[in-house]
Design a binder for this molecule. Structure first.
Ligand code: C5P
Length: 403
């Protein structure tokens, strides 16, 4: 899955012949799973039609401050659009627009949107070779780079003037690759390996029956998706759930029982940097699992149970450089019990969710957590979606790993 999947991309098109290539660029962004909105300078419409770009981007293309076509006296909100974007790309970026961007001019909708945006901005220059080489153009590149904007350099080749040299806009595939690599390099969990346990475990009584629990696995799957999107290599070991792998780049290992989960987790643990145990592991399993379905006979039936291995405690014992995080779902003496587990299992922090809070716990879409750190500090959070909670937890891990 591309790192731009789900991102909101604002493409600013200015008046260079390379504008015709933005049709391909929009297609590539959409195919990579991004949302795209296009703004154009008025002159850019001479090179590629707004209809082409609105059809491909599935969004209205804006090129002026007012909605002139419908005479509605309404204005297009450049501030809203600038804030909507996760990233902005000006491609092709002409010498004229780059100069105006460098000086803070705002005499068209694209420039006003650029000035309003708070997101990372990329620009892909396209111009004739002498314009590209000109000291004023070079100075504008430097000024824009000093603002934190990122230049996607032009390449050499045949130019619209008939001359040959540097100044051709980078090809759409190369622009996409440049942006993907640039984002990937800046992700906080790049080069990190994360192990996550998720879901319930099923402890077989016989071939058709088991001891299980109500865990849906949602929290663990959200953690895995979030860790992946922050650049980590993710191994997700999950007990039985109906959830699909959220990202094909996540190594999802499906297991049934606590013993299976234990084997998988202890195998991978030495090679990871971070481990998060969010699985609701069954504490006991039947001593014997019948090979045939148990027949109904006596009025009562005894099931002898034996203790399962404590996966997290074993990881805590084996821990060397790893950051280790556990979960505690408590119904009474919450903080005290969670703090006990934090110590016993040798964790860096424990995430406490209480069954006493409505909207927290097993099957809900939301969770309300409190984090207890090993140095005794605690941090409470509001009730949030599990996606946001996953972000909060990983944020704490990133802070710890930067210490
Ligand atoms: O079950 P308990 O409340 O002790 O769970 C606390 C933490 O330990 C959780 O993070 C859970 O995933 C983990 N755990 C485990 N193996 C077990 C029991 C719990 O990894 N057998």
């Amino acid at each position: 899955m591309s790192v731009i999947s789900g991102k909101k991309i604002l493409l600013g098109v200015t008046a260079g012949i390379a504008a015709y290539k933005t049709a391909f660029l929009v297609r590539l962004f959409i195919k990579a799973g991004a949302q795209v909105k296009v703004v154009m300078t008025p002159a850019a419409k001479e090179f590629v039609t707004p209809l082409t770009l609105s059809t491909l981007s599935k969004n209205e293309v804006i090129s002026s401050f007012t909605k002139e076509e419908d005479h509605s006296n309404q204005w297009n909100n450049h501030v809203e659009l600038g804030l909507w974007a996760d990233l902005m790309l000006i491609a092709p970026a002409t010498a004229n627009t780059l100069s105006k961007m460098a000086k803070g001019h705002s005499d068209n909708f694209l420039l006003a949107t650029y000035l309003s945006s708070k997101c990372p901005v990329y620009f892909a220059p396209a111009m004739d070779l002498d314009m590209y080489r000109h000291p004023s153009t070079r100075e504008n590149f430097d000024i824009l780079t000093s603002f934190g904007n990122t230049m996607i350099p032009a390449t050499s080749g045949e130019l619209a003037s008939g001359l040959s040299g540097e100044g051709r806009m980078a090809e759409p595939e190369d622009i996409l690759k440049f942006i993907e690599d640039h984002i990937a390099e800046s992700l906080p969990l790049r080069n990190k390996k994360v192990l996550i346990t998720a879901g319930p475990t099923y402890e077989a009584i016989d071939p058709v029956r088991f001891i299980g629990n109500h865990s849906s696995g949602k929290m663990g799957f959200e953690l895995a998706a979030a860790a992946r999107s922050l650049g980590a290599e993710v191994i997700l070991i999950s007990g039985p759930t109906h959830l699909q792998n959220p990202n094909e780049e996540i190594n999802l290992i499906r297991v049934q029982s606590a013993v299976d989960m234990f084997e998988a987790a202890t195998k991978f643990f030495p090679e990871v940097d971070i481990a998060i145990a969010s699985a609701a592991v069954s504490d006991y399993r039947p001593k014997l699992s019948a090979t045939q379905k148990i027949k109904k006979s006596a009025e009562t039936m005894m099931l002898e149970l034996v203790k399962n291995p404590d996966i997290l405690a074993s990881l805590g014992e084996a821990k060397k450089h790893q950051i280790l995080v556990g979960f505690a779902l408590e119904t009474e003496n919450e903080e005290e019990n969670a703090a006990g587990k934090l110590q016993r299992k040798n964790l860096d922090f424990i995430v406490l969710n209480s069954l006493n809070d409505s909207g927290a716990g097993f099957k809900s879409e939301t969770n309300k957590i409190k984090i207890l750190f090993k140095d005794g500090k605690t941090k409470g959070f509001q009730i949030k979606s599990k996606t946001e909670v996953a972000g909060d937890i990983l944020n704490e891990i990133i802070l710890l790993s930067n210490e």
